[in-house]
Unconditional design. Sequence first.
Length: 105
Amino acid sequence: MNNYLIPANTKKGQLILGLFRKFDLILFGTGVFITIVLLAAMPFTSTWTTVLVMLPAGICGFLVVPVPYYHNILVVLMELYDFLTTNQKYEWKGWCYKDGKKRRK
């Protein structure tokens, strides 16, 4: 018998630690690096300064968080942008006899 079982999560094997693409790790690493440089360079005089310094790592970390049915938040935002900026054309394929086309005789 030629029965093959393909698991539903076969794409996870192509990801680093089963969660991240190379771009995701580069993005997160860049955010953390910028935060570390700002931590070393900026004087902390208020809470707002601390929040602003931590913002690059926070934003990049938020973008690479895994989401169900998508890869991560970054992919969700890219799909949303693509949907909103491209022209949507839907073909009618309903229950009509002719499907909007003229019938040839």
